[in-house]
Ligand binder design. Structure first.
Ligand code: RIB
Ligand code: CA
Length: 311
C-alpha cells in the first residue's frame, strides 16, 4: 500500500514534536509539509520550535508559519505545560533551513494542489489554519481525503473543566471543521490519556541512546514534571502522535462514528466538544471518535520512529 500523503498543522509543543517525528519516519506516511499555528506558544515560538525539531531529527520538508491568533483574535500560551519557549526541557539545534515565504494556509493549498493523490490534513494544535484553508480554498476541498485532529473530549476538558485546549483556543474553527462534510477523525483526551509515557517507556526511550532520543527524553521529562504539577498525573499523556498513528495502523485505536458538536456560547462550557456517544440527540453522525488505545501497538511505532530519527 502506498504511503498516506499528509500535511501536519501543529503548535510544537512537546507532543507535537513527537508527532512530527512519527510522521517523518514511519514508512506508511508521506509528510508533505508542516504548517504552524499559535497554541502552546505564540506563533513565532512554535514556528521556531518546528524548525529546530526538523533540525534535530533531520526532517526536510517545507515549513510555513500560520495563524498567530484564533479566528476571533484570541492568543493564549500553555506555558504552564510547555514552558516559556513552548518546548522547554532540552537544548535544540539551530534551524538548518529557512521558513517558506508563504503563510501556512497557503502552503497547505500549494501542497494539496501539487499532490497527485488526495491529501490528509493532520491537526495537532488549534484548528485555525484548517478552518481558514477550508474557507479560503473551497475549490480544493475535493482534494482532501480526511481530516484527523487531536482535540476535544467525550468527557472532561484540560484547559477548562469541560474544554480541551486545542478546541478551547478556537471553537469557531472547530465548528467550521465539524460542519465541513469531510471525513473526520477526532483524537480526544479520552484516548490520548491512555498514551502515557510510563517509567517503562522512558526506559525504552533512553535505551535507544542516540542524540535524538536523549534530547527527546529531556523534553519529555520536562513535560512529565509540568503535567504532574498541574494535573497530578505521574505519567504524562502523549496526545499528538496518536493523530498520526491512526493513519499508520487503524487498529491502534477503537473508534465510534457519532455526532460531535462544539459549544460556542456556554458561559462555563465554551469550547467543549459535545460527543453524542449514545445518539441521544438524533443528530447525524459526523466524526469518527477514537476512544480506546492499543498501548503496545502505539508505542512500538512511536519508539521505532524515534530510533530511525536518530540513526
Ligand atoms: O490538549 C492537548 C493538546 O493541546 C495537545 O495538542 C497539546 O500539544 C496542546 O496543543
Ligand atoms: Ca499540540
Amino acid at each position: 500500500m502506498s504511503p498516506t500523503p499528509i500535511i501536519l498543522d501543529c503548535d510544537p509543543g512537546h507532543d507535537d514534536a513527537m508527532a512530527m517525528i512519527l510522521a517523518a519516519y514511519n514508512p506508511n506516511i508521506e509528510l508533505l509539509g508542516i504548517s504552524t499555528v499559535s497554541g502552546n506558544g505564540i506563533i513565532n515560538k512554535v514556528t521556531e520550535n518546528a524548525l529546530r525539531v526538523c533540525a534535530l531529527a533531520k526532517i526536510n520538508v517545507p515549513v510555513a508559519q500560520g495563524a498567530g491568533a484564533s479566528l476571533l483574535g484570541a492568543v493564549e500560551a500553555a506555558s504552564d505545560i510547555h514552558g516559556e519557549t513552548a518546548l522547554d526541557g532540552a537544548p535544540l539545534p539551530a534551524p538548518t533551513f529557512e521558513l517558506q515565504k508563504m503563510h501556512g494556509v497557503d502552503l497547505i493549498a500549494d501542497l494539496v494542489r501539487k499532490c497527485p493523490e488526495k491529501v490528509t490534513l493532520v491537526a495537532t494544535g488549534p484548528l485555525t489554519n484548517i478552518a481558514l484553508f477550508l474557507k479560503m480554498y473551497p475549490e480544493l476541498r475535493e482534494r482532501i481525503a480526511h481530516i484527523v485532529f487531536m482535540g476535544g473530549s467525550a468527557s472532561r476538558g484540560n484547559r477548562t473543566p469541560y474544554a480541551e485546549f486545542n478546541i478551547w483556543m478556537d471553537p469557531e474553527a472547530c465548528d467550521v471543521v465539524l460542519k465541513s462534510g469531510l471525513p473526520l477523525t477526532m483524537i480526544g483526551l479520552d484516548v490520548t490519556h491512555q498514551a502515557l509515557i510510563t517509567k517503562e517507556i522512558f526506559a525504552k526511550l533512553e535505551a535507544l541512546d542516540t542524540e535524538v532520543s536523549r534530547t527527546l527524553s529531556g523534553l519529555m521529562r520536562f513535560f512529565a514534571k509540568t503535567y504532574n504539577d498541574v494535573f497530578e498525573m505521574p505519567d504524562p499523556p502523549l496526545h499528538d502522535p496518536l493523530a498520526v498513528a491512526v493513519l499508520i495502523d487503524s487498529a491502534v485505536t477503537k473508534n465510534r462514528f457519532v455526532n460531535v458538536e462544539v459549544e460556542l456560547n456556554g458561559t462555563h462550557t465554551r469550547g467543549a466538544t459535545v460527543v453524542d456517544i449514545y445518539n441521544r440527540t438524533g443528530y447525524k453522525a459526523n466524526v469518527n471518535v477514537a476512544l480506546e488505545l492499543d498501548f503496545d501497538r502505539f508505542w512500538e511505532m512511536m519508539l521505532d520512529a524515534v530510533d530511525k530519527a536518530g540513526r
